[in-house]
Design a protein. Structure first.
Length: 270
């Protein structure tokens, strides 16, 4: 595995690979867990070469969020990436992707409304911009995102479609711990009591899924379940139609830690 830190070096490394095979890209902010590894596994299975980016993107964080304390462990990430069969690890500095004078942004207007778009203004614009830059630099055949970040994945799907980018967006199912909590780098912040409380998010989603099957209101049922866990404070419990998928999504706080999760209730078949 090669680790590169500049756009010029990455393009030089990828040129011979691109001529010989298809490239899969897994954009990440590092602090790898099983969810990241599932994305890498899917990319490894479907492509001749795999590029993983590790970049804690400052434009995805708002004032007062956890940019400074976001988990970072490049040595561990590098070891896990190599063990997973990654060919190239791209670890750029902030100045490499946002040089002095940077002023161009990508915004997916409608899909960025509500949920994360409302709770974290500017977050999805930061996601869309950095992903567009990575797509232009790497020029992958496929890029991989987790279903846990449902709105983010939908935004990236839409920008790839609207901007006629020559790549496929793959959305990989959410990976969970044995207690049902969706894997997230931010889970490391949770105390044992907060971790126990976080399990209510999955319970609320499953209850909502059952309600939907029964013809009831899944969001109302999920809110009721979530309200029963007083150690959680809900940011939102919403139904959203995201590129043909009907999703029940929850964002809630356990102490200082903000967690998101969702379940797909309906999906249009291509």
């Amino acid at each position: 595995m090669k680790t590169v830190r500049t756009i010029a070096e990455l393009r030089a490394v990828l040129a011979p690979l691109r001529a010989a095979t298809e490239i899969g890209l897994v954009p990440t902010m590092g602090a790898f867990h099983g969810g990241h590894l599932s994305l890498i596994e899917a990319a490894r299975r479907e492509n001749g070469a795999v590029v993983v980016s590790v970049f804690v993107n400052p434009t995805q964080f708002g004032p007062g969020e956890d940019l400074d304390r976001y988990p970072r462990d490049e040595e561990r990430d590098s070891r896990l990436a190599e063990e997973a069969g990654v060919d190239v690890l791209f670890v750029p500095a902030v100045e490499e992707l946002y040089p002095e004078g940077f002023q161009t942004w990508v915004e997916v207007t409608e899909l960025s409304q509500g949920m994360e778009g409302a709770a974290r203004p500017g977050h999805l614009r930061g996601v869309a911009t950095v992903c567009t830059k990575l797509f232009n630099i790497v020029r992958p055949a496929r890029a991989y995102f987790g279903q846990k970040d449902a709105q983010q994945a939908a935004v990236v799907e839409r920008l790839a479609r609207d901007l006629d980018l020559e790549l496929e967006i793959r959305v990989v199912p959410t990976v969970r711990d044995e207690d049902g909590v969706a894997l997230s780098s931010r889970n490391a912040y949770l105390s044992p009591e907060e971790r126990e409380a976080a399990r209510a998010i999955r319970r609320a989603l499953l209850a909502g899924e059952d309600a939907h099957r029964a013809g009831a209101h899944p969001d109302a049922v999920a809110r009721t379940i979530l309200a029963g866990e007083r150690r959680l404070v809900a940011d939102y419990v919403e139904l959203a139609r995201l590129n043909g998928r009907l999703v029940l999504a929850i964002a809630a706080r356990a102490g200082r830690t903000r967690l998101i999760d969702n379940v797909v209730l309906e999906e249009e078949k291509p």
